[in-house]
Design a protein around this ligand. Structure first.
Ligand SMILES: Nc1ncnc2c1ncn2[C@@H]1O[C@H](COP(=O)(O)OP(=O)(O)OP(=O)(O)O)[C@@H](O)[C@H]1O
Ligand SMILES: [Mg+2]
Length: 360
């Protein structure tokens, strides 16, 4: 399978830079006596990627449904591409594409037929529909299977076709609800490339995800949704800056070495029970070299050394008091284990255990 994604020139109208694609204030939604959204504010500049991050049931899909006019809010206001979701839903619908959390393909139709059906629904002329379908089949690397039924597609192919369908109308704003859940690491990367090429073409992307790494990779800005509210908002770096910083963890084999090292690093946090010192620092090569030099000078060797860099998992835990649903899922290690820049031991360097450590 090739995984190249060609940037596609937009055939739609030019988009003014620095305009706001999505804005919302005080969005509220309850189902029965359960408050799902308890006053959500958003401001997403055009041509950027925004990631709404939250665990299962946080209200991500509900937010997407409100912004895409599929569900009415109980309160608050939202503008998408300049149209009010409550008073101008048709204007919103004409400007957006939505890829839901669960693929909305007709299994009995081929990939090409699915796309042509969408073009028909959007009332594109026959010639334009054919041209657009051909272009999207190529672009999403499904031209080879254009005449195969969607029922025979793998999860990753379905996701690609699903997003291709979203783009038939050349939307200004696209909503991708958990676009990579269930995809293997390679398909996830292909999806990331697609998102990047969409944004390079001027599209605004609103995505929801449970993968912190995904938000870190793709999003210009990230909002963390928990308990119906946005508990933090900013760039990945801004969010990371809100929690305790990087440190190097040194463990010693015996108490003599431990005490000698402690004397050499008077500022380090001590863990006498485990003979571990935590030295603040970014774990970069220069810092590590200096640290090892200092140990040498003190005449001690560490039994092991690891560098702990805060990642968005740590942020999530710090902000919400609980981890993400995915953080405990061993099947997603590819998405989760990328925050540590160097490590000499493999214990406690991933997911919630590392997050806990940073907060201790
Ligand atoms: N139509 C509905 N009727 C009743 N409750 C609903 C409805 N839609 C959503 N909810 C509830 O609202 C809450 C938020 O759901 P939502 O689907 O928005 O969460 P999510 O963040 O998308 O979760 P996930 O990660 O599992 O997709 C959940 O408790 C859900 O049960
Ligand atoms: Mg959802």
């Amino acid at each position: 399978m090739r995984s190249s994604v060609m940037p596609m020139p937009h055939s739609g109208s030019a988009r003014p830079p620095s305009s706001v694609a999505v804005s919302a204030s005080g969005l509220r939604k309850s189902y029965g006596d359960k408050t799902v959204l308890d006053g959500i504010d958003l401001r997403i500049p055009a041509g950027t990627v925004f990631a709404l991050l939250g665990p299962n049931g946080a209200g991500k899909t509900t937010t997407v449904q409100i912004l895409s006019t599929l569900v009415a809010a109980d309160g608050g206001q939202a503008l998408v591409a300049g149209h009010d979701v409550a008073t101008s839903p048709d204007g919103v619908r004409a400007a957006i594409g939505v890829t839901g959390q669960f693929a909305a393909l007709d299994d009995l139709l081929t990939a090409e037929e699915n796309l042509l059906l969408m073009a028909d629904l959007l009332r594109l002329g026959k010639r334009e529909a054919r041209a657009r379908t051909r272009e999207l089949l190529q672009r999403f690397d499904i031209a080879d299977v254009a005449h195969k039924r969607a029922a025979t597609f793998s999860g990753g192919m379905r996701r690609r076709l699903d997003i291709a369908m979203t783009l038939v109308g050349d939307p200004q704003v696209i909503f991708l609800d958990e676009p990579t859940t269930g995809l293997d690491p390679r398909s996830r990367r292909t999806m990331w490339e697609m998102v990047r090429s969409l944004v390079a073409g001027g599209t605004t992307v609103f995505l929801t995800t449970q993968y912190l790494e995904e938000a870190d990779q793709l999003a210009d800005r990230i909002a963390v949704l928990d308990g119906g509210r946005i508990v933090a908002e900013g760039t990945a770096d801004e969010l990371k800056a809100r929690i305790p910083g990087s440190h190097v963890r040194l463990r010693f084999a015996d108490s003599t070495a431990y005490e000698r090292a402690a004397a050499a690093f008077p500022g380090a946090a001590r863990d006498d029970e485990n003979l571990v010192l935590r030295v603040a620092g970014d774990g970069g090569l220069d810092a590590l070299r200096a640290l090892l030099g200092r140990l040498d000078a003190a005449g001690v060797r560490a039994a092991d050394l690891s560098v702990h860099t805060p990642d968005l998992d740590d942020v999530f835990l710090a902000l919400t008091g609980h981890g993400t649903a995915r953080a405990t899922d061993t099947g997603t290690t590819d998405a989760m284990n990328t925050g540590t820049t160097a490590t000499a031991d493999t214990t406690g360097t991933s997911g919630p255990s590392r997050a806990q450590e940073n907060l201790r």
